[in-house]
Write a protein that binds this ligand. Structure first.
Ligand code: IVH
Length: 676
């Protein structure tokens, strides 16, 4: 075993280094040198080795970036050197004052400055010991911060291992979210009816302080480092200036912002600041000013610090750019998921480098809170330099001709009822046939958990919708092979296959159809409960709140959503059309999902490894149709582990805990008579 393990060790180590090299190229140098697919393959290979030999997992393994366990809170740490903040300078005159203070404190010694971008994010401290990231913490109050190591490890531009040996090092930098990722995150949150982040800084701050590191991992954060504490290099060399320190950080594998400049005097500093005041809108991330630092580290030490901030540095803050304009109108639009968003149409005005003619008002509550009406004079700015936003209404400029705005009760795209559910800020269109929602609705309808129409993925659905061949979901059941072959890249064979798959989907069980309709809050499980209870779509169509909420596991949220959906004429019409196309809408002739459903009632099962015939999703469905529940981790409360080939760590855990282990055949016997 010894020699074998040795070889594996070397192999896994090489794999790890290779993956981290690609990470470095992609996330630090912004120069990817491998395709995503190849990268994923390397990661999968490493993960497989580590699953098999958990003792080989190292703290700097790229697999350690994915997240780890949920925590209850953060541990408070004390910074070895306090994390100070910076004094501000507004305008050229205050920069000259700062320079005069530096000059007199240095007794007219010659000195120069380094000017850097002031990244608008959250400050963190990274402590490395023996080349490895040992701890990452927030700034906190400057003296005490919070240990957020697990979250910071998910940020791929933070090296887990330094590229050169260093026995001890503390690095400081700014975690930020790019403008693009921020807009994207807010778009998703808006669609999900969640509260929005006001600017990229708040988004970054909220993301690094997540108790679940997996959430941080999904937030696309990045870092720029801007300071090194005491460095202990084996060569004994030490940087003499801030500029040299930045070069060293770059060599050690950190991401250093390329936009910085050594300036010989304050005039150069001022012109570099004005340059960025002009150009800041072009950056893919937001900055709220520049930081001016005395370059020589010896001179920094000589200048020292006050209680709050160093005397050798100052933050030049851009003036906040605001503009006054008039709200011409408030319009509403429907997004792909049916969320109805109000937008203020503004008298065009220039702010922060571009013309602004609209500003999202997000939802009803925000309109009420800001008290914005049509015709109001308002002050606008760009939040985080990105999003045009109404800051306040100039109420003393009101003439009395302004009009109050009310959210429409009907969808502007299809006229269906717009509903605001309790606990949500957004109004949503309830029309399943709404053209604004058609694409998303059809992709969901044909997806695997729903009607499972093979060959009808997002690309084909997009083609069908764009070509005008389908105008609502029921239209897919009227498609012919000839129509399909008239589309680009559609061969006769694939057209035939798709028509057959569409035809087959008519026989899907009722619960899949209910799920496929895309009723909000009705996921796969709720759809199954509704199908089991009503056994016929007609009965579900006429269900009332009281009846729905009386069903175990159906709460008011689901009930409210189902009744709103079924009230809407276009949805009833759609269901009628689907029935007319010959879809199965009843559960009665399928005793398998009814009578036998309790074979696994109350049982918890875990799946592991590759099963001989069932796919993961199918096995899960089978278990759920028998009344059982599938969870992802083995614990004492697991009733059965269903194990296939290459079962991995869950198998060992089940053995250890004495959990019953069964194979696919035994599973099929446990849930007999299920129509498959
Ligand atoms: S130096 C002791 N450099 O600005 C001085 N700070 O108000 C340490 N910041 O807390 C800060 N970009 O979060 C420095 N290039 C940069 C920076 C920067 C952003 C932030 C940092 C700090 C705050 C100071």
């Amino acid at each position: 075993m010894g020699a074998g393990m040795g070889e594996i060790h070397v192999k896994v180590d090489a794999l790890r280094r290779e993956i981290e090299k690609h990470n470095y190229f992609y996330h630090v140098l912004d120069a990817p040198n491998i395709t995503d697919a190849d990268y994923d393959r390397l990661m999968a290979e490493l993960q497989e080795w580590e699953n098999k030999y958990p003792e080989l997992v190292t703290p700097d393994s790229p697999t350690q970036r994915v997240g780890g366990a949920l925590r209850e809170g953060f541990v408070t740490i004390r910074h070895t050197v306090p994390m100070l903040s910076l004094a501000n300078a507004f305008g050229a005159e205050e920069l000259r004052e700062f320079d005069r203070r530096v000059r007199s404190a240095l007794d007219d010694q010659p000195y120069d400055y380094v000017v850097e971008l002031k990244i608008d994010g959250v400050a963190v401290s990274l402590v490395y010991r023996d080349d490895l990231l040992a701890r990452g913490a927030t700034r906190g109050d400057g003296e005490y911060g919070e240990d957020i190591t697990a979250n910071l490890k998910t940020i791929k531009s933070i090296p887990l291992r330094l590229r050169q040996p260093v026995s001890a090092l503390e690095v400081r930098g700014e975690i930020y979210m790019s403008k693009e990722s921020f807009l994207d995150l807010n778009r998703r949150r808006e669609e999900g009816g969640e509260a929005l982040f006001a600017n990229p800084r708040n988004a970054a701050a909220g993301s690094v302080r997540q108790l679940n590191p997996a959430v941080t991992a999904g937030r696309n954060l990045s870092i720029f480092v801007y300071a090194a504490g005491a460095v202990e290099l084996p060569s004994g060399e030490a940087p003499a200036s801030h500029e040299e320190a930045l070069k060293l950080l770059d060599r050690l594998g950190f991401r250093v912002n390329p936009h910085h400049q050594v300036c010989a005097d304050i005039d150069e500093v001022i012109s570099y600041c004005s340059l960025w005041a002009e150009k800041k809108a072009e950056l893919p991330y937001s900055i709220d000013g520049l930081v001016i630092k005395v370059n020589s580290l010896a001179q920094q030490a000589r200048l020292g610090a006050t209680m709050k901030s160093p005397r050798w540095a100052v933050a030049y803050k851009f003036p906040t750019e605001e503009a006054e304009t008039t709200v011409r109108d408030i319009m509403v639009s429907v997004g792909r998921t049916g969320v109805i968003t109000p937008t203020a149409i503004l008298e065009p005005v220039t702010v922060a480098g571009s013309t602004v003619s609209r500003a999202s008002l997000h939802n009803e509550d925000i309109i009420r809170e800001k008290d914005v009406g049509i015709g109001d004079r308002v002050v606008i700015h760009k939040a985080g330099d990105v999003i045009p936003e109404i800051v306040r209404v100039l109420k003393d400029k009101r003439t009395g001709d302004e009009k109050k705005f009310h959210m429409p009760r009907a969808c502007p795209a299809c006229g269906a009822e717009a509903v605001r559910q309790s606990g949500e800020a957004a109004y949503r269109c309830t029309g399943a046939a709404c053209p604004a929602r058609l694409l998303e609705g059809m992709i969901h309808f044909s997806s695997r958990g729903a009607m499972d129409i093979a060959g009808m993925g997002p690309a084909v659905v997009t083609q069908l919708v764009n070509s005008g061949l389908v105008k609502d979901i029921a239209d897919i059941y009227l498609l012919t092979a000839e129509q399909l072959t008239s589309l680009e890249r559609f061969a006769a064979k694939s057209a035939e296959n798709l028509i057959r798959a569409i035809e087959d989907s008519k026989n899907q069980p009722l619960h899949r159809l209910i799920f496929a309709l895309g009723v909000r809050h009705v996921g796969e499980r709720a759809a199954r409960i509704l199908a089991d209870y009503f056994e016929d779509i007609h009965l579900l169509m006429d269900a009332q709140m009281e009846e729905l909420t009386a069903i175990p596991e159906v709460g008011p949220k689901i009930a409210e959503s189902v009744t709103a959906f079924m009230r809407e004429n276009q949805n009833r019409e759609l269901i009628r059309r689907l029935i007319g196309c010959g879809l199965n809408v009843s559960a009665q002739d399928r005793p398998a999902t009814g009578r036998q459903e309790h074979a696994l009632a109350g049982k918890t099962l875990v799946l592991t490894g590759t099963l001989p015939t069932l796919k993961r999703e199918e096995a899960r469905e089978l278990i759920e149709s028998g009344g059982g529940k599938v969870t992802s981790a083995v614990s004492k409360s697991t009733d059965y582990l269903v194990a296939g080939e290459n079962p991995g760590g869950k198998y060992d855990k089940a053995v250890k805990l004495g959990v019953a282990i069964i194979d696919e055949k035994e599973l099929l016997q446990l849930v007999p008579g299920v129509a498959r």
